[in-house]
Design a binder for this molecule. Sequence first.
Ligand code: SAH
Ligand code: SF4
Length: 427
Amino acid sequence: MNVRESEAVEALLLAAGHERVAGEEDAELVIVNSCTVRQKAEEKALGKAGNLLAAGKITGVMGCAVKRLGADIFRRLGSLHFAVGPRRFSEIPSIVEKIISVPASVRPRRIADFGDNEVPSGLGAHPVRKPTGTFADVQSFVTVMIGCDNRCSYCIVPDVRGHEWCRPAEEIIAEVKCLASRGVKEVCLLGQSVLSYKDGSFAFPDLLREVQKIDGISRIRFTSAHPSGCTDALIAAYRDCDKVCRHLHLPVQSGSDRVLAQMGRRYTAEEYLSAVAKMRALDPEFSVTTDVIVGYPGESEEDFEMTRALMEKALFDNAFIFKYSPRPGTKSAQLPDDVPTGEKERRNQILLADQERRGVERNSRLVGTVRSVLVEGPSKRNAQRWSGRDSGNRIVAFEPPAGISVGDMLEVRITEAHAQVLIGEVV
Ligand code: SAH
Ligand code: SF4
């Protein structure tokens, strides 16, 4: 979501006559888009802004950490030029104008716009760039909703991003059509809890069906999904829409019903597994990925073992493991953060090792099969190869045939499986 909002700000600044430079060394102005989901992310963003100020750049911070800190951000970064909350990013061009329209000696600092529950304008702004020859030319994020009303006990998102608000369906569809006309082939529909999307009686599965109809778009992805949204209507939309990728990122957070109840997740381990089973009934290779938190307050060894067991049953294709980080103002921040750091780390390592093994096992089943791969560009790991993703979001690397371009759809026979990547030959 931050990538998408940074892009929207880029579009607004380009429209106001600014130019994008290759790297921060060449920039006069740098804006740090911050995250505060975990304490570490926030520290990283503020540290980065501090370094930019020390290097003499005009510096602004946008995003969630700004909303959490409010005016305190200027106590942390006394010389910061501006700070803008997540729902106020469309104000950035006019703030920048105020700063650069005066001589450096009288340049204002500490301009603040924290915002509240307003609806930002500019949610649909996309920069019109020269083709970059990268995947950014053919893939685009599209915001369908902002904010979140779920209130999971550990999560600061509802406090900093405000209440759920859904964009009108016509606006989203018009945006995807416009992107398709510019050569975009894959869209990823974004929201904190996209399956709760609603525009009157028009719900998320209806949106998938409408985007399916748009010529030029060949793949539809979306994130993030709350397990409560895995309804029959969603399954039916998957079944009917071949452009909707066979992948669901479905954060489980824990495998212990006791912990799930404390987290306010509104499902049990068994209900979660039945949602996974519905997806795999559509296609046995349906890829399910997840987020897990280790070391939630009071998480016992037994709770942790339940998470391990659930992950084994769900046969996740990939998993992101997070060490619990208490966030001020959330419900769980009132509970003692009683799992020691070393123990959180141990649990983290165990789940990562389990997932590594499971990833290899899951991917090995694909050796010999042919996957349709949307080409992203030269592989980052091996200069001889190019890579792309299959419908299940698995990275597939291969030797590029002559004349290959980013955005091509190739059929690749898998010859080798690793936990995070498949290797294959173009057929
Ligand atoms: N809206 C999305 C994700 C929000 S944050 C969703 O519900 O899926 C992304 C992930 O960060 C969450 O899924 C969770 O696993 C993790 N996370 C959120 N708050 C956290 C915290 N306080 N400590 C550790 N991990 C956290
Ligand atoms: Fe946070 Fe839960 Fe909302 Fe996701 S669904 S953003 S974890 S409150």
